[in-house]
Design a protein around this ligand. Structure first.
Ligand code: ZN
Ligand code: ZN
Length: 272
């Protein structure tokens, strides 16, 4: 499995996940033209896309959804709350598929498990996606990490985790007080510190690649997010994990998702 982050941040999000035969998008908060260009750059013909799975109805995740779904003829998988919430925001969607948190479904070669996230919208989810070679978990747009989210992070070879803001930059920044309060709340976005705490807890997990995602352009800089993640990884004795930063304006990847650490992981588990 390979993953490319086509765009990440509060102005637009889309992630391309590919196994040998199956290609799907997580969210479509960018234009169909950008999706097509990003897919081609990752070696995928956009006409070979199989589906879009949607985390939630905020416009940075669905603004391009209608055009993308229609242009490439894609079914859109989302929870009932998200389907309802995006009416009027995402344009006409040719085929809706209703999914439920905790209930696994398959799209071609990929198995997908949606899980509940804590965010201020109707029925948000993150996704854990696997093929026979590895597992990827995408957890962005969440104010806190629940036990269920943590279990998926711990099971993954590649983790895409929100590092939204630096707490001090958010506090002293230009955003209105009400918005600051929303971002910092339990249904807002993860700070560097909060995300790093989860990373530190992955010390004996199989993770080989960590993608820092949904960085705020206003309240964060990549250097601070990377420093927080790297410090957490080395605190956990994990100098083998590769850290990547997803960007708003350019694509990241493809990153190969492989269960490369399986042997070491089994040894750790047996020893535990
Ligand atoms: Zn978002
Ligand atoms: Zn959101």
């Amino acid at each position: 499995m390979r993953v490319s982050i086509l765009a990440s941040g509060s102005s637009g999000n889309a992630i391309l996940v590919s196994s040998e035969e199956t290609h799907l998008l997580v969210d479509a908060g960018i234009s169909a033209r950008r999706v097509a260009a990003g897919a081609r750059a990752a070696g995928v013909d956009p006409d070979d896309l199989a589906a879009v799975v949607v985390t939630h109805e905020h416009s940075d995740h669905v603004s391009g959804l209608g055009p993308v779904a229609r242009r490439f003829g894609l079914p859109v998988y989302a929870t009932g709350g998200t389907h309802d919430g995006m009416r009027g925001r995402a344009g006409t969607i040719p085929q809706r598929v209703y999914i439920e948190p905790g209930r696994e479904f398959r799209i071609g070669e990929l198995s997908v498990v949606p899980f509940v996230t804590s965010h201020d919208c109707a029925e948000p989810v993150g996704f854990s996606i696997a093929d026979s070679g590895g597992r990827l978990t995408v957890a962005t747009d969440l104010g806190l990490v629940s036990g269920a989210v943590r279990r998926h992070l711990r099971d993954s070879d590649c983790v895409v985790l929100e590092f939204n803001h630096d707490e001090q930059m958010l506090r002293t920044g230009a955003y209105p007080w009400r918005l600051k309060k929303r971002i910092a709340s339990n249904v807002g976005h993860l700070s560097n510190v909060a995300a790093a705490a989860e990373i530190a807890a992955l010390r004996d997990a199989p993770v080989a690649d960590l993608v820092l995602a949904h960085l705020s352009e206003e309240n964060n800089v990549p250097e601070l997010a990377v420093a927080a993640a790297s410090e957490a990884l080395s605190r956990g004795g994990r100098r083998d994990v590769e850290v990547h930063v997803a960007e708003q304006r350019s694509a990241l990847g493809p990153i190969e998702v492989r269960a490369a650490n399986v042997a070491a992981y089994e040894v750790l588990r047996e020893g535990a």
